[in-house]
Design a protein around this ligand. Sequence first.
Ligand SMILES: Cc1cc2nc3c(=O)[nH]c(=O)nc-3n(C[C@H](O)[C@H](O)[C@H](O)COP(=O)(O)OP(=O)(O)OC[C@H]3O[C@@H](n4cnc5c(N)ncnc54)[C@H](O)[C@@H]3O)c2cc1C
Length: 431
Amino acid sequence: MTWQNWAGNQRTYPVRFVEARDAGEVSDAVKAAARDGLRVKALGSGHSFTGIAVAQDVALLVPSDPAAVRVDGPLVTVPAGLTLHRLNELLWERGLALPNLGDIDAQTVAGAISTGTHGTGATHQGIAAQVRALEIVLADGSVLACSPAEHPELFSAARVGLGALGILTSVTLQAVPAFRLHAVEKALPLEQVLAELDGLAAGNDHFEFYWFPHTEIAATKRNNRTEATGPTRGRVAEWVGDDLLGNGAFAMACRVGARMPRLVPGLNRLAARQFADAEYVDRSYRVFCSPRRVRFLETEYAVPREALPEALAGLRVAAQRHGQAVTFPVEVRVTAGDDIPLSTASGRDTAYVAVHVYKGQPHEAYFGAVESVMTALDGRPHWGKLHTRAADTLRDSYPGFDAFVALRDRLDPEGRFTNPYLDRVLGVPTA
Ligand SMILES: Cc1cc2nc3c(=O)[nH]c(=O)nc-3n(C[C@H](O)[C@H](O)[C@H](O)COP(=O)(O)OP(=O)(O)OC[C@H]3O[C@@H](n4cnc5c(N)ncnc54)[C@H](O)[C@@H]3O)c2cc1C
């Protein structure tokens, strides 16, 4: 049977697929793989663009039964394979929510935290920062409960564990009381947004903007917590993150741009002009997340927050030089720093710059030029989005890198949970 990711750029033919319903079955699968000399990779929802989730030997489906969800005050313990989509609804029914989310909710909880999935908000952190406890199956098949009190070093590292430390079977997250968001969407001149960026980031709970290469327009999105209940989303015309990126007209523009790159600047100006200013109120998770129906490839870099102006200046030069076929907008977000060793926001307030191309379009030169700019600013690549960095250069960017690798080498000396991507970004385990 074939496995391929959402974007269709990673494909593999695992030796076998195993579905595990609980930690015991995960442990059995890991022990059986060890007996057969096979490696194991837990499958999330396949929404990483990198080869991080590629399972060449045993592709393991982890527990995901919503009936196993347990709520204890603001703490919610979920099976690792539950999707964020399902979790958001279950939390809402119980008067709870996650404080921040990324653009989509298709990921599994374990898959999302394992690569450091994040949203936006100057005082908010990525989803992994909400983790309070984990249950993990190690390479020897043992099942361990970890928290700040139990196996604290493993707990700390496994929140963004890249799937390298073991198989997560359940995750305990700290939720907050359910809340609604008031979304205000407005197209503004890019120069104005860049000049006012600090104020916009500090003055809104969740601020982000999209910039279409070849235009001077930034589509801004401000989401703030509110007690109000309306107007709801149904009346909204077009928004880059919802209707536009998901709709058929945009897909058509991408296809035309792919065949006739000289038309791209005009198509982008047309797309950017489509933004009707919009304002609505909805449940938090419905405002944070929306479907993405048009397929693309993506790279995303996390730079120190104060390096954002320089990062965007470099990006604009790169887009000018390499982005002839770039119909997709660039997304800019901010988050607060955290204390997770391999989180892209580890130890520093962070700005994220995400660059996309329509599926099937050449991306190497454009992404490579962006990567040079971001790397020079001590940028860290999103673990789930395309990049070419390897352990030798990533090491310098993360103070906790060597300790993470040493822990992995101790727990998994035979490389039971490795794959080619992990060998590249972490190095091969030293048995
Ligand atoms: C359309 C789209 C929009 C996106 N938007 C955002 C965004 O807004 N913000 C952002 O930060 N990222 C975003 N991403 C990236 C995405 O959130 C990450 O790549 C995420 O890791 C995908 O989760 P998944 O469940 O699909 O995991 P997969 O991609 O399937 O797996 C990711 C990693 O998690 C590991 N894993 C999965 N389950 C377990 C387990 N039980 N135990 C141990 N390891 C496990 C896998 O082995 C692999 O190493 C987006 C991706 C797409 C395609």
